[in-house]
Design a protein around this ligand. Structure first.
Ligand SMILES: *Cc1c(COP(=O)(O)O)cnc(C)c1O
Length: 407
């Protein structure tokens, strides 16, 4: 098969909808268009039934008992907001302290910042240079005022997989609620709400081959019933936790995506890991001064985050513009700040600015991996030929003084 350009290698940012997911969604746009909240006729019942199948599939994927624990949202940004603000508001008389980490998604970090402005205390537990949280640091941060711990399953930039079972042990011992943003890990690494003692789990469809704009917050009911205050007022849908007419085709898609992740996730992860390792080998054998960001062992199978000393991430992206990747120096905001995740891991500004995230997924082919690996080596060699710093390095000049120290 001929290679088609551009090549998508940014599966941590979003994923295409699997054709099997789309196929199940389609009837719910047209002939089965009912409102799932319409209790008085067959159109409504059909929609409600489909939504419940979706919930069940989501529950199954995370090892949960009951589909009624699945609260549908517009995506994980909303799920993170609802979990943290909802629990904080409900438990504000019990305590006003939350523990999270420095490498959470902005949906968690910015939510915590908002709560700080409103009088809550938030501890941002740092990570080690491999991008991993030490459960003991979580334990030490716990106080009598702590009501919630929020730690992600896997990081979206560096793919590190956090020790949630250890953390969940600590929270359950102390009677503290445990929220996890599981978006990046679902269907890629094992996750189970009971093994981790999780109380709240954020899920997004579009990171696992479902549609954008739909997700879920799983809220535990048994053996302890987790309560939260709704953040949106309206018809009292979703057991009073999230009002709004359900996106029925979206929920159908979310459910099908969850089912496929459950059935095929393990094989897919093995395949992605093989391709990821092939890509890493191609690049690291072909270039010197390349650094892996994040742990190699505790890592999402399809994630490869590398820093290429002596070249800017932006320049690399330009040079390989037929390959869709992202950079730790990409100006997601107006600022030119390098990735806060890499910074939190102690990566210096220069190496953070030279980082590239490759995301491999369901539709990546071996051919694409070979092409990208060789292209990266060729283009970065070319860029470095024009770099006086790289030349100095090759000549053995000590570059520590200009802060290009390898770490
Ligand atoms: C993408 C992502 C989100 C946001 O999910 P949306 O459904 O796009 O709002 C939250 N957390 C993590 C870890 C993500 O990767």
């Amino acid at each position: 098969m001929a290679l088609r350009l551009p090549i998508y290698m940014d599966y941590n940012a979003t994923t295409p909808v699997d054709p099997r997911v789309l196929e199940e969604m389609l009837p719910y746009f047209t002939e089965k268009f009912g409102n799932a909240a319409s209790k008085s006729h067959a159109f409504g019942w059909t929609a409600e039934e489909a939504v419940n199948v979706g919930r069940e599939r989501v529950a199954k994927l995370i090892g949960a008992q009951s589909a009624t624990e699945v609260v549908i949202t517009s995506g994980a940004t909303e799920s993170d907001n609802l979990a943290i603000k909802g629990v904080a508001e409900y438990l504000q008389d019990k305590g006003k302290h939350i523990i999270t980490t420095t490498i959470e998604h902005k949906a968690v970090l910015d939510t915590c910042k908002r709560l700080e402005k409103q009088g809550w205390q938030v501890t941002y537990v740092p990570v080690g240079k491999e991008g991993l949280v030490d459960p003991d640091d979580i334990r030490k941060a716990m106080t009598d005022q702590t009501v919630l711990v929020s730690v992600m399953l896997a990081n979206n930039e560096v793919g590190t997989v956090q020790p949630l079972e250890e953390i969940g042990k600590l929270t359950s011992e102390r009677g503290i609620l445990f929220h996890t943003d599981a978006v990046q890990g679902l269907g890629k690494v094992p996750f189970d709400v009971n093994a981790t003692n999780a109380d709240l789990v954020s899920i997004s469809a579009h990171k696992m081959y479902g549609p954008k704009g739909v997700g879920a917050l799983w809220v535990r009911r048994k053996p302890r019933r987790v309560r939260l205050v709704a953040q949106m007022d309206g018809g009292g849908h979703e057991r009073g936790m999230r009002s709004g007419t359900l996106n029925v085709p979206g929920v159908v898609g979310l459910g099908k995506a969850a089912e496929l992740a459950m059935l095929e996730g393990k094989d897919e992860a093995a395949r992605a890991l093989k391709m990821r390792e092939r890509l890493r080998t191609l690049i690291m054998d072909g270039l010197d001064q390349v650094f892996l960001n994040g742990s190699l062992d505790r890592r999402l199978p399809g994630n490869l985050n590398l820093s290429f000393a002596f070249v800017e991430g932006e320049a690399i992206m330009m040079a390989i513009k037929d390959v869709a990747v992202s950079s730790g120096s990409a100006c997601t905001s107006a600022s030119l700040e390098p990735s806060y995740v890499l910074k939190a891991m102690g990566v210096g500004d220069e190496l953070a600015h030279s980082s590239i995230r490759f995301g491999i997924g369901r539709f990546t082919t071996d051919e694409e991996v070979e092409y990208v690996g060789r292209l990266v080596v060729e283009k970065i060699s070319g860029l470095r030929e024009m770099s006086p710093l790289y030349e100095m390095y090759k000549e053995g000049v000590d570059l520590k003084s200009v802060q290009w120290a390898a770490h």
